[in-house]
Design a binder for this molecule. Structure first.
Ligand code: BJW
Ligand code: ZN
Length: 258
């Protein structure tokens, strides 16, 4: 294991240069420098609530107004923030080299926005992420599952919360809460990409939440290596061949830019 520095960057770049396929797994830390708060650590509280208390179907059933208040605020944040140097470096690499699959646990849409920028008039699809925890930029009916474009949410009372145009059920953000299944097709594609990759680049995740945290193990199983970029130690650090300690917005461009 290597704890970074210039030598760590050089070793990581060598792994990336010779990899036929690369899978990237990102978490909240990749968006921190865009101004999107992370879940755990000093930023990890919203009011007095932990993510484990709000991001559940039980919390939504008990107090949908409270849960929507949190998501409405976060939706506004996601829409007003911009992709940072890490999102842009990943997207440019994925578009230019077509040997990278980006898997994100984030729901903020910033990888997709960077993909569109990187592609210019071209095709952004090689840089569009597999969003394993859904998107805060879509709504879904909690009764009939119909997906819809996001509406402006007035979370001041239960009566003003958005409702489904088909069945009048309460709308919810189209994200994956604790105890809910991830979309099998999205997770399957992420697993397959990890199992075909020579390098799994893990950026800004505490790697505590499963099954997303298991994705790097698919690369390890087939003999590939994990390279981690994080400001702190994570649950995955012991498995990393190269551990680059620092901010994603500074390190990722140094890893991927020509
Ligand atoms: C920087 C930085 C900078 C900062 N640069 N770095 C196996 C074992 C045990 C439990 C389970 C298991 N399998 C399933 C479970 C249950 C559960 C689970 O994992 N629990 C664990 C917590 C123990 N999983 C589930 O329930 C999942 N569903 C499921 O498995 O269904 C089947 C099933 C059900 C029931 C029982 C058993 C099986 C669903 C999980 C859904 C998680 N959803 C959330 C909310 C999404 C919507 C929303 O955004 O609101 O996803 S929770 C939240 O955590 C969000 C994130 O995507 C996820 C991960 O967080 P992330 O990204 O790692 O953020 P942080 O804040 O934790 O870390 C940030 C990192 O960045 C830190 O390391 C910093 O150091 C670093 N950093 N600035 C680089 N500038
Ligand atoms: Zn409905």
């Amino acid at each position: 294991m290597n704890h970074g520095g210039t030598d760590g960057i050089a070793r990581a770049r060598a792994h990336i240069a010779k990899a036929e396929r690369i899978v990237v797994l990102t978490g909240a830390g990749v968006s921190a420098e865009s101004g999107v708060p992370t879940f755990r650590g000093p930023d990890g509280l919203w009011g007095k609530f932990r993510v484990e208390e709000l991001a559940t179907p039980e919390a939504f059933a008990r107090d949908p107004r409270l849960v929507w208040e949190w998501y409405a605020l976060r939706r506004t944040t996601a829409q007003t923030c911009a992709p940072n140097a890490a999102h842009h470096a990943l997207a440019s690499f994925a578009v230019a080299e077509r040997r990278m699959t980006i898997v994100t646990q984030n729901v903020d849409g910033l990888h997709a926005r960077a993909a569109v920028t990187a592609a210019g008039a071209g095709d952004p699809s090689p840089a569009l992420p597999l969003e394993v925890h859904g998107s805060i930029l879509r709504d879904r009916c909690s009764a009939c599952d119909q997906r819809s474009a996001p509406v402006d949410v007035d979370a001041s009372s239960l009566a003003t919360l958005p409702r489904c145009s088909l069945c009048s059920g309460l709308l919810r953000p189209d994200v994956v809460w604790f105890g809910e299944l991830l979309d099998a097709r999205v997770l399957g594609a992420a697993d397959a990409a990890a199992h075909q990759a020579d390098v799994c680049l893990v950026i800004g995740t505490s790697a505590l939440v499963y099954p997303a945290a298991a994705i790097p193990f698919r690369t390890l199983e087939r003999g590939g290596v994990v390279i981690e970029v994080n400001t702190e130690e994570s649950a995955l650090s012991p498995m990393a061949e190269v551990m680059l300690r620092g901010r994603a917005g500074e390190i990722v461009p140094r890893l991927l830019n020509a």
